[in-house]
Design a protein around this ligand. Sequence first.
Ligand code: SAM
Length: 282
Amino acid sequence: MIQVPLDEQRQANLENWEDRVPVHTGPNGYALEDFDDPEHISRVVQFDRPRLGDISGLDVVHLQCHIGTDTVSLDRLGAASVTGYDFSPAAIDAARALAERANSNATFVEGELYDAVTVLGPSRFDLVFTGIGALIWLPDIDGWATVVAQLLRPGGRLFLRDAHPMLLSIADTSAENPSITVGHPAFGAAGPTRFEEPTSYEGDGTPLEHTITYQWNWSIGEMITALINAGLPIDTLTEHRTVPWNALDGAMVQVPPLGEYELADRPDRLACTFTLQASRPA
Ligand SMILES: C[S@@+](CC[C@H](N)C(=O)[O-])C[C@H]1O[C@@H](n2cnc3c(N)ncnc32)[C@H](O)[C@@H]1O
C-alpha cells in the first residue's frame, strides 16, 4: 500500500497535468486547428452522440474538461450553456483560448472536483458530462458520485464514458512484448498505483518535468454502488471494444469509422471503454 499522503498525491497529479497542457496544445496533440472548421466536433463527442441524444437547450457541466475540446464540441451540439471545470490552471487557460478561437460560448472554471458544488452551485445542471481518463484521478468514488448528484437538477442526467477498469488493469505492453497480462489492481479501494511516465499519451514526445502520478482503478461495481448510494439510479451501461488513444503499445490497431483503437488480435477479449448513464429522479 502506498504511504504518500493524499495531498502529495494530488499535488503530483496536478503538476503532471500542468506539464501536459503545452504538450497537448502543441504538435501531434489535440489538433486544436480542427476547431477552425465551425462544424468540427471532437472524435470523443462524435462517438458519444448516438447515446448522448439531443442536448439542445440543456445546461451542461463538463467535469475534468482538460483543454476543452469536448466542452466546445458539446456547445456546438446546441446546449443552452456549457461549463468546463478542471483543477489545472494551464488547462483552463488553454480551454478559454480554444473557446475564443472556435467562437464558442463555452465557459471554463478552475477548481478541485470535490469543491465543484461549492464553486458552481447546487442543482444547477441538466447534464453532467465526464470521462475519457477522468475517474482514475479521483481518490474517493463516493465523494465523486455525491458531487455529481448535487450538481444535477431533479430529472438531470449523468453521462460518463471512460476507460474500462478491465483495460486499466492490463500491464504495459510494447512492440516487442504485446501480450496481455493483468498487472494492476481491479478495484479503486485497493488504493492508487504509482506511475512514472516520461512523456504524455498525446503530443510530440516532449519530456515531462513531473513524471510521477497516482491513479485509482475504480471497478464498474464501485462506480455503480457509489452512484446508487448518492441517489442516482443507473439508466444504461454499455461496454465498448475501442478506446480513443493507443492504450496498449504494440497490441492495438486503429479502426473505422472514428480511428479509435482496439486489440489487434481477438478484440472481443477486452472491454476498453464504457458508457454509463444515471439520472437524478424528478
Ligand atoms: C485525461 S484528462 C480528461 C481529458 C478529457 N476527457 C479530454 O479528453 O479532454 C483528466 C483531467 O482531469 C483533471 N483532474 C485531475 N484531477 C482532478 C481533480 N482532483 N479535480 C479537478 N480536475 C482534475 C486534469 O487536470 C485533467 O485535465
